[in-house]
Design a protein. Sequence first.
Length: 428
Amino acid sequence: MSMLSPGLRPAEPRSGATSAPRPSGPVGPVPYASDAPRRHRWASWLTPADRRVLQLYLLTRLSLWIMAHGARWLFPRGSDVREAAPLLAPFQQWDANHYLHIARDGYFPAGAGPWLGDWDNREAFFPGYPFLLRAVHVVVPDWTAAGLLISLVAGAVAVLTLSRTARSYVPEDAAGHRTVLSFLLSPCAVFLAVGYTEALFLAFALPAWLAARRHRWAWACALTALATTVRVSGLFLAAAIAVLFMLTALQAGSGKGKGRRTAWRGVAWLALPGLPPLAYSWYLHAHTGDWMAWKHAQERGWYREFHTPWEAWANTWNAAFDGVHTTGYAAMFQAELAAMVVGVALVAVLLRHRRRPEAVYVALSLWALGTSYWYTSVPRATLLWWPLWIGLAAVSLRRPWFRTAYLCVSAPLSALVALAFFTGRWAG
């Protein structure tokens, strides 16, 4: 299976069919493929399974847009509001504002920075998404619309690659449809449709992983390098690809001949994903004198200073159940705990099935998120754990009732999280 379909194949004759007689008169010129309408050419890159996946993707986007439109009318900010919020206002919430400010004003506008008391700690966010947002804004004047366009296109790339990746793990899911459905109806799926980095990261990370599984190391590392411009999670992917490369090289090196001599030839590519974070750290150091300015910004703004895993669990548990926060915040912390349990269970299952590279990827994510003062953004991180969605599809094939049970639980949770985001109540 290649990254892209090789195109439409000529139809084979049906068994038992006889050849048609040749016409006696002159035959007109046969049109070349390039004479076909342009609208049909792009379709040759997509298989019927790909098109079904895209249809499902667009339908779920439509449902989210309907919910966003209803939220701005039914849940206005204030009890006596007579007009609905602007059309795109529900999408411009929370971190989307940070990315907009970086894209519009840069990281240190007019000499501002972490030395100011009211600083927004924007250097905590990697530059890949804001850079692309600024570029798209040249064509799309509205900042929010530009961000939605990025997420729409990137999300389409992500779900297509996810479906193809799923086929290599679960051949029974021939179209990858079950995997994509569990992914698109997951509790935090709304973050794939708004101005956040999840869709763009997956648009780089999933093709990178698919290339790595095919031992195309140069492509895998180049795409991972793009992923590291978007999120620090790209480094976790780089570690997983490095483990996969070493396992592959050791297996090839155990033999003789050419395979043994060339097993480690692509090892230099593994250093490529580390270059973008290094360049970003150098940029921040030039402005702040701090090589770890992005990490310190996360500590100031989101309590991500190091704590032991058991301390982080205890602090999150207290925030969720001890009544020290409002019900909205408590619910968010409860979701953090549930997502952490799911992540730990996923790592255990991956290790049991000897999926060591995938286990490394998820485990590093859990370590980064589970060693701060309390858990933050773990539910959103589940979107990046593609082994989870592939695993759910595999379970649903063995146990048909599981798919119905999953959708009955996940669909309302997904709607609740989307509504909380669109109404500005996501973080309490």
